[in-house]
Unconditional design. Structure first.
Length: 220
């Protein structure tokens, strides 16, 4: 994991003022993290991001005017976007999957222990998405794959080299870089290079989207 030397700048987005206050108080007291702003709805996110330049956004999914999925998609489409962690109350909410496809780096339940939320923020800021293989698997398996998704995924993966496809499968199974290096007899640097090339070739935002593509192609 890359070393983050400056405090991680966090923007908290939630339509519940008590939730925002609780997250802000908790995160501001965590080492290496600074809450630089808040937003009460997805429609306020672009202006808040411009004003505060956050490294990480904690994004609620259900908001009255612009939901977290739409706000995530819009934010990820901007130049040099922050990382995004979506927040939800239920791990069975199908909207989480759509948020991951929109470019979120992961998700957390709102009742996640404070120390874990702080660690997740630091982890995402350092370039490691929040992947919970068990919960992610359940979500993916509960959402019907749209017609043609399998064929599109297979066609997309056909543009990769055999070694890159091996890495895609490993990412889809929830392995981290060190585990992939050991399993595929690569150096850690080679794995990182492959992952970077895969993201560039397939025009993806993060490892979560690689995992979803592997799932759609039936590789995991």
């Amino acid at each position: 994991m890359a070393l983050v030397t400056q405090p991680v700048r966090v923007l908290v987005v939630d339509d519940d003022a008590l939730v925002r206050a609780g997250l802000t108080m908790m995160l501001d007291g965590a080492p290496g993290i600074s809450v630089v702003g808040e937003a009460a709805d997805g429609d306020q996110v672009p202006a808040a991001a411009d004003a505060h330049a956050p490294d990480v956004v904690l994004m609620d999914l259900r908001m009255p005017r612009v939901d977290g999925i739409t706000a995530t998609r819009r934010l990820r489409a901007r130049p040099h976007p922050p990382e995004i962690i979506v927040l939800t109350t239920f791990d069975t909410d199908e909207n989480i999957l759509h948020a991951l496809r929109a470019g979120a780096s992961g998700f957390l339940l709102k009742d996640t222990p404070p120390a874990r939320i702080a660690e997740a923020v630091r982890q995402v800021a350092a370039g490691e998405p929040i992947l919970s293989p068990g919960i992610t698997r359940r979500l993916m398996d509960r959402v019907a794959v749209q017609a043609g998704a399998y064929a599109r995924a297979k066609a997309t993966l056909a543009t990769l080299s055999p070694r890159e496809r091996d890495v895609v499968v490993a990412v889809g199974r929830g392995h981290n870089n060190a585990e992939i290096a050991a399993a595929l007899d690569m150096t850690l640097g080679t794995v990182k290079t492959h992952v970077s090339h895969i993201l560039t070739k397939l025009d993806l935002d993060n490892r979560t989207q690689i995992a979803l593509l592997a799932h759609d192609a039936g590789l995991t």
